[in-house]
Design a protein around this ligand. Structure first.
Ligand code: NAD
Length: 416
């Protein structure tokens, strides 16, 4: 898989101990569960679920639960490995995990979805807990689902343990700042890049692919920092305006009409601005300084990598660049701030949620941001230094840094 190829590349560059590599080539524990759910029709359907606990040398396993028809053993394993790398890259005391259920959640009623979520927990409850394994939302799971799961878990163990799961509603122990954390972490990375490159933000043209939680928020934040966001897109396509777009106005109209329109709003009045309609493929190939993929995996591949004109890429999405594309972009001198670093603001604030739950605290949004910034800046610098020291890409640098930290944890507990 792509994940294992990235690991092997880092292993080669850092001359990794064969025993360590062997341990890191598979999850420590992988379970498959059959989940019976009584459907509204009275019929009982059996769903298949997984939990992959990749590595906990640095702390409790941590990683989201995905509900998707394409969930597979290999995907869940790879995602859990990336979580281990991500947590270690930003140096938070958490390991890597991931879970998933093969289901198209839009086909289920709300009641069926709740029964499925609770039944999944009844199959894995003995493996999780605030001190063991801490799930969170992922594709097609959300705060409401997390709260059903937390409730089911607490009923089984007979005591409160709100830190068993993160991404809960704020009123139920969720953390302030979680909603924008991924974009915020990405913004801190852009600011570090800007410092090193002496960027003057209003000269910098940015294209953002994906206008959801990660994409819309970073587009707004970049606007506020003075960057020229010239293109944004969603699943239906994109808009391009060389003079720059106003992400806040676009988001407002998108929330009202579910359409991505090139607009500029003043007060309550929004007017259309001149622009060009582009496809998602065209957005990726625009002549910009900074490209921010914030939608799906496998967007920059061997087929289009040669056409990428951005000089810098900050990966907010997970896995937007394939290993073949990575090589091509490296050859073109394009610098990628990799997903395991650029989008780690999300898991970092999840860790803050866990910490607040475990300690019985509630932090303000300002406190959350104050703690997030040094973590992201520290990680960015450590990855940058690693990449300079060994003459490798930032991605390989991040993997080397993370693997070294995990290996140290494994040595301390006597695995090797
Ligand atoms: P989201 O569902 O809020 O938004 C996804 C956006 O991508 C939507 O605007 C959608 O229209 C767009 N999109 C879908 N298909 C597309 C396509 N083919 N081309 C272009 N755009 C398309 O999701 P999100 O939470 O913003 O997550 C986006 C990416 O960021 C994912 O890869 C996710 O794994 C990653 N990520 C998110 C978080 C987080 O905290 N939200 C954390 C880490 C990583």
């Amino acid at each position: 898989t792509n994940a294992m190829r990235q690991l092997e590349k880092a292993a080669e560059k850092m001359n990794m101990d064969k025993n360590i590599l062997g341990i890191l080539q598979q999850p420590e524990r992988f379970v498959t569960v059959a989940i019976p759910v009584k459907m509204d029709s009275g019929e009982v359907k059996i769903f298949t679920g997984y939990r992959s606990q990749y590595n906990n040398a640095l702390g409790p396993y941590k990683g989201g639960i995905r509900y998707h028809p394409n969930v597979s053993v290999d995907e869940v394993k790879a995602l859990s490995f990336w979580m281990a790398i991500k947590c270690a890259t930003v140096n938070i005391p958490m390991g890597g995990a991931k879970g998933g259920v093969i289901v198209h959640p839009k086909d289920l009623s709300e009641g069926e979805l709740e029964r499925l979520s609770r039944a999944y927990i009844r199959k894995i409850w003995m493996l999780i807990g605030s001190d063991k394994d801490v799930p969170a939302p992922d594709v097609y799971t959300n705060a409401k689902i997390m709260n059903w799961m937390r409730d089911e878990f607490e009923k089984i163990i007979g005591r409160p343990d709100p830190g068993v799961i993160t991404g809960k509603p704020v009123e139920q122990g969720g953390s302030l700042g979680r909603g924008t954390a991924t974009a915020q972490g990405g913004l801190y990375c852009v600011r570090e890049l800007a410092k090193r490159l002496n960027w003057y933000s209003s000269n910098i043209r940015v294209a953002v692919q994906g206008f959801g939680n990660a994409g819309a928020n970073i587009a707004k934040m970049l606007n506020r920092d003075g960057y020229k966001v010239v293109a944004v897109s969603d699943s239906k396509g994109g808009i391009y305006r060389p003079d720059g777009l106003d992400a806040e106005s676009i988001e407002r109209v998108k929330l009202e009409s579910d359409k991505l329109e090139a607009v500029y709003c003043e007060g309550s009045v929004c007017r259309a601005v001149e622009h060009e309609r582009i496809s998602n493929g065209e957005l990726l190939e625009l002549d910009v300084d900074l490209l921010v993929p914030a939608a799906l995996e496998d967007q920059i591949t061997r087929d289009n990598a040669a056409n990428i004109r951005a000089k810098y890429i900050v990966e907010l999405a997970n896995g937007p660049t394939t290993p073949e594309a990575d090589e091509i972009l490296k050859g073109k001198g394009i610098v990628i701030v990799p997903d395991v670093l650029a989008n780690a603001g999300g898991v970092t604030v999840s860790y803050f949620e866990w910490e607040q739950n475990v300690k019985g605290e509630r932090w303000t949004e300002a406190q959350v941001l104050q703690k997030l910034e040094p973590i992201m800046v520290g990680a960015f610098n450590a990855v940058w230094d690693m990449s300079e020291k060994y003459g490798v890409t930032l991605r390989t640098g991040a993997f080397m840094l993370a693997v070294e930290r995990i290996a140290e944890g494994m040595r301390k507990r006597g695995d090797v």
